[in-house]
Design a protein around this ligand. Sequence first.
Ligand SMILES: [Zn+2]
Length: 177
Amino acid sequence: MRALALDLANTLRRGTGGTERDGLVTPADLERWLREHEADLGPTDPNVALRLPEFRELRGRVLELLAAVAEGRRLPPAAVEAVNAAAAAAPSVLRLEVDGRVVDQAAAGSPTARILGEVARSAIRLVGEGVRLGRCARCGRLFPAGRAGRRWCSPACGNRERVARHRARQRASRSVG
Ligand SMILES: [Zn+2]
């Protein structure tokens, strides 16, 4: 479930040059996001997508939290409180299946509260596990940085950054010459 909080946070990102991309503007955006995460969340009640403001609110809090981790700052107390509140609004129970699987299942809360609770728990686990996060120098996406301290979220972003720098150098040498 590590990806859930990161994926929600990454629907809003600021890339090189300050361009901001928000992938969660309309209920249709949220509906698509929920469908993409059906493996983690299960099929979603169609009304959940109408609760977009609550998702945007929690996203802002999760972003504050994960950005603080990525930048090595102290956790912002208001964001910690908001994430804890979202987790508490839909508490979950661990259940053992007869086939030995462990299921972490929401035990209470509306369909919206359950999903927000899952996202919040994902953020709590991510921060609690002490995962090192990086922010992609190209697209602004937060990603698990690993020990090597990578600067890009993907090889594609690394390539785009190198191409952009190469072009910038060419422009600079042309304008000088
Ligand atoms: Zn990237």
